[in-house]
Design a protein around this ligand. Structure first.
Ligand SMILES: Cc1ncc(COP(=O)(O)O)c(C=O)c1O
Length: 414
């Protein structure tokens, strides 16, 4: 069993034993979905069993559901430095970004500002807003996101009068840069704009304190660095947005009371941004994974180890001849994005997967490979991955020796 104060040489094997999919290859894609803890899967399966055997409609089960939702809100609130009443449960980061975008009382001619490095989870709602409400969309070009002065200057130019909302990532999905959120929030607030932060690549990888950042909204996924199931997430809502009960999406979950004459009273807390029902085994899984990280692994330990390993991964890759690390090395979180000269990202990753059994992804707009380095990775794994990159970089697609694909039968790990 994993404990927060175990020595590393005992803790790491215990962590990897608790995360069985770390044995199915070199797990380098938590930026998409993290490895699920064994205990989370077990708790979810138990609840699925109860649902199967005794049904979901029992009133006691219904009351328990409310407790599970409280548990999930509290678990995620603890990780991002706030109170449970400021958290709404969602089904994804994208869900939270949609709620945040439509929480503003938009008028034609208003302006929304974002950056050139946003994921479609944040850009999608802005596109819809621009098309449906005639809101001007300004996209600040922030380069790789690594130069703080450049980022701030670009946003300073973009946040013009009538800007009602600034939308941006804490850590950019493509280049892996950590953006200076607190400074941007200060700038936006000084011009009367709210800020909605996409925390998909930050929470669970780097320390996050939403209250210190001062942001109005902060969207969190369950399935990435918090190692929860898919279809889970949460949205932090600051008092600034809880003062005004403006809902765009609304349903029974949002109301303390709502009668047949549509006289309604929304919850005074962030629950007003919840709409309807949630898959209870997933809510439980989200709560348990998040609490496992805080209580058993230890957030400080996770953040320190992630920073060290990701920094080392960037350093050893940058030394390989022909490799260009795109991620700004002094503004990193857990993502490392790189290119290999002479290779398109897709075929290069194909060769790497065959040779090292790595699980990673490409970033099509940059034609680059992205790895996500987590606290459960080992130095040995990173060394093996680096050797694979060196081998690919020493060849071209034409000269690399043929290597048949290995089919990893993922499953049946128990
Ligand atoms: C920065 C960023 N935002 C949003 C998303 C979408 O996350 P979700 O599937 O939780 O909506 C991702 C990754 O998938 C991401 O990297």
């Amino acid at each position: 069993m994993v404990g927060p104060f175990m020595p590393d040489d005992e803790k790491l094997p215990a962590i990897r034993e608790a995360l069985p999919s770390t044995a199915a290859g070199i797990y380098l894609n938590t930026g998409t979905c993290g490895p699920l803890p064994r205990e989370t899967a077990r708790a979810m399966a138990e609840l699925e069993g109860i649902e199967l055997r005794t049904g979901r409609a029992d009133m006691a089960y219904w009351k328990d559901s409310a407790e599970r939702m409280n548990e999930a809100r509290a678990a995620v609130a603890a990780v991002i430095g706030t109170e449970p009443r400021r958290m709404a449960l969602t089904h994804a980061t994208t869900d939270g970004m949609n709620v945040a975008t439509w929480a503003v009382d938009w008028q034609a001619g208003d302006r929304v500002v974002t950056t050139s490095l946003e994921h479609s989870g944040a850009l999608g709602p802005l596109w819809a807003l621009h098309n449906r409400r005639g809101v001007d969309l300004a996209i600040a070009d922030i380069g790789t996101g690594g130069d703080q002065a450049e980022v701030l200057a670009a946003l300073d130019r973009a946040i013009a009068p009538k800007t009602r909302l600034v939308v941006l990532s804490h850590v950019t999905w493509a280049t892996g840069a950590r953006l200076p959120i607190a400074e941007i929030v200060e700038l936006a607030h000084s011009r009367g704009a709210l800020v909605a932060v996409d925390g998909a690549q930050a929470v669970g990888a780097i320390p996050v304190s939403v209250e210190e950042l001062g942001t109005d909204f902060y969207a969190v996924p369950g399935q990435k660095w918090l190692l929860g199931p898919e279809g889970t997430g949460a949205l932090y809502c600051a008092p600034s947005v809880l003062d005004r009960p403006r809902l765009t999406f609304a349903g029974y979950a949002a109301f303390e009371s709502l009668d047949l004459a549509a006289e309604g009273k929304v919850w005074p807390d962030a629950r007003r941004f919840e709409i309807a029902g949630y898959h209870q085994p997933s809510v439980l899984g989200f709560a348990r994974s998040t609490a496992w990280l805080s209580m058993y692994v230890g957030l400080d330990w996770i953040h320190e180890r992630t920073a060290r390993l990701a920094g080392e991964a960037a350093a050893i890759l940058a030394e390989v001849p022909g490799v260009e690390v795109v991620t700004p090395r002094d503004r990193m979180a857990g993502l490392v994005t790189f290119r290999i000269a002479g290779w398109k990202a897709g075929p290069a990753l194909g060769e790497l997967s065959k040779r090292t059994l790595c699980i990673a992804r490409t970033i099509p707009p940059l034609d680059a490979i992205r790895i996500s380095v987590g606290f459960y990775n080992t130095d040995h794994e990173l060394g093996r991955f680096r050797d694979g990159v060196a081998l690919v970089a020493a060849h071209t697609p034409e000269t690399i020796p043929h290597r048949p694909a290995i089919q990893v039968l993922r499953g049946g790990v128990e």
